[in-house]
Design a protein around this ligand. Structure first.
Ligand SMILES: [Zn+2]
Length: 454
């Protein structure tokens, strides 16, 4: 444990090194230039080697990659065409994990795709190609994830799924579906989606027929979790994990989602490694691959490290760190840690939000399912602005600011230096039943039905 004077000295050191460094930006720039780092690409392998080199340079111990195999996806052609009453082509993207299909049928617009809408219109959806708005209605007080809308389309007997982006700008959004998807799923821009819906309204009988053709490759691929340790002092058998995914979707460099998060993870690790000897717990820095198509890096990490999971006191996920805005440490199912983080915030003289809200859509989720105290560091704004550039071709280096990366990296390093020394730690590993009860009580029952829960 450090006294107040020693903590001030540590803060000054981290801030001086972190705020005067371009290292995090250098990482984002290099990884963006490699390509998407999407599972199965050459840029993924290049990023793995690059991160191994950087972790070694930063002085982490046991720097290594751990291989696993998963069902991967390689994009092929995808097309959407109105066939009746007029012929018209639309620009679409096939959604990951879909295979190869050729289907033609009547179009059905389900609107926002709320549970009530699917229920009321199930008969009309059956046998048709359904188009759904990606927006989540504010009044429902929860986001309806793509996988839930898709799952409900499947249950209603749709033969195709068209995912219309929530914002304009002629951008088409991608997003992972399910391995072995029995029906084709494509993304379309808001502008073209609305034009397609209008075609039906203009048709003499109110009906428009559309055809979706797709050809993709689904196959077993290898991938690698990349990690290194900063050994603790007096509590070196207790572990903290700081992690983020380094892959992005295959259509963009993914500078924000998530080269930035991986860079802040590694840079916070670099700053902490310089404080080795002042951190009681051991800190493991992990960059996860293939998050975008099913959180596969973190799921496989947990599968491969079952025997040591009891020693993990806390996991902080940094998906999207480095994007700016007010920050929050969102503690999944461990409200008992809120007072700890509130007091850390005061001690850091750096206000941030601490709250417990369960999230299922990034790499903290598999840790939470294992009952490991876990949180996501996220931008908390009073009004949600959706995905913005995320999952589109516009997720590029120009969106990233070197200064925001510096702020987030020093923030994470100072935060986790305190967690590494905190005693006593008031959170324990929870059982799977307890976690699922917390999830259901937080209103996640509908999402749990359509998510991968193992
Ligand atoms: Zn992400």
């Amino acid at each position: 444990m450090l006294d107040a004077k020693e903590m001030t000295a540590l803060d000054r050191d981290i801030l001086a090194h972190g705020l005067l460094s371009d290292e995090a930006y250098t990482l984002v720039e290099a990884m963006s230039d490699m390509g998407s780092r999407f599972g199965g690409t050459a840029s993924e392998r290049e990023a793995v080697d690059y991160m191994l080199g950087k972790m070694t340079e930063y002085g982490f111990e046991n720097v290594r990659k751990e291989e696993f195999t998963y069902t991967g996806w390689i994009r092929g052609a995808a097309s959407l065409q109105a066939t009746q009453p007029v012929k018209q082509d639309f620009n679409v993207l096939g959604l990951p994990h879909c295979g190869s299909y050729s289907v033609e049928g009547e179009l059905y617009y389900i609107g926002l795709g709320t549970p009530a809408e699917w229920e009321a219109h199930a008969d009309e959806v059956k046998g048709k190609i359904v188009i759904v708005d990606a927006k989540s209605p504010l009044w429902l007080r929860r986001g309806i994830h793509r996988l839930e809308k898709y799952g409900r389309a499947l249950e209603a007997g749709a033969i195709g799924f068209i995912w219309m982006r929530d914002q304009g700008g002629f951008l088409v959004e991608t997003g992972g579906m399910r391995v072995g998807s029995p029906i084709p799923a494509v993304g379309i821009s808001r502008e073209e989606g609305m034009a397609l819906i209008r075609l039906a309204k203009q048709a003499p009988d109110g009906k428009v027929r559309v055809k979706i053709e797709m050809e993709n490759t689904v196959k077993e691929l290898p991938s690698w979790n990349v990690m290194g340790d900063i050994p603790g002092t007096t509590m070196d058998d207790r572990m903290l994990v700081i992690g983020a995914h380094f892959d992005s979707h295959d259509i963009a460099p993914g500078s924000m989602d998530d080269a930035s998060g991986a860079a802040v993870t590694m840079e916070a690790g670099r700053l902490l490694a310089q404080q080795r000897g002042k951190l009681a717990r051991t800190t493991r820095i992990i960059c996860f691959p293939v998050e975008e198509i099913g959180l596969l890096g973190s799921r496989n990490y947990l599968r491969m490290h079952k025997s040591e999971l009891d020693s993990v006191d806390f996991m902080l996920n940094l998906d999207g760190a480095g994007r700016g805005g007010e920050k929050g440490v969102i503690l999944q199912a461990w409200p008992e840690l809120i007072p700890v983080f509130k007091s850390i915030s005061e001690n850091m003289k750096w206000p941030f939000v601490s709250d417990a809200v369960f999230g299922m859509h990034s790499d903290m989720f598999p840790f939470s399912l294992e009952g490991i105290p876990s949180a996501n560091l996220q931008t908390v704004e009073s009004v949600s602005t959706g995905r913005n550039w995320g999952h589109t071709i516009c997720d590029t280096l120009d969106k990233v600011s070197a200064h925001t990366l510096r702020l987030d990296s020093t923030f994470v390093a100072r935060l986790m230096a305190r967690v590494a020394n905190w005693q006593p730690w008031p959170a324990q590993r929870k059982g799977r039943d307890e976690i699922e009860t917390i999830m259901r009580e937080s209103g996640l029952a509908p999402e749990m039905r359509y998510a991968k829960m193992d």
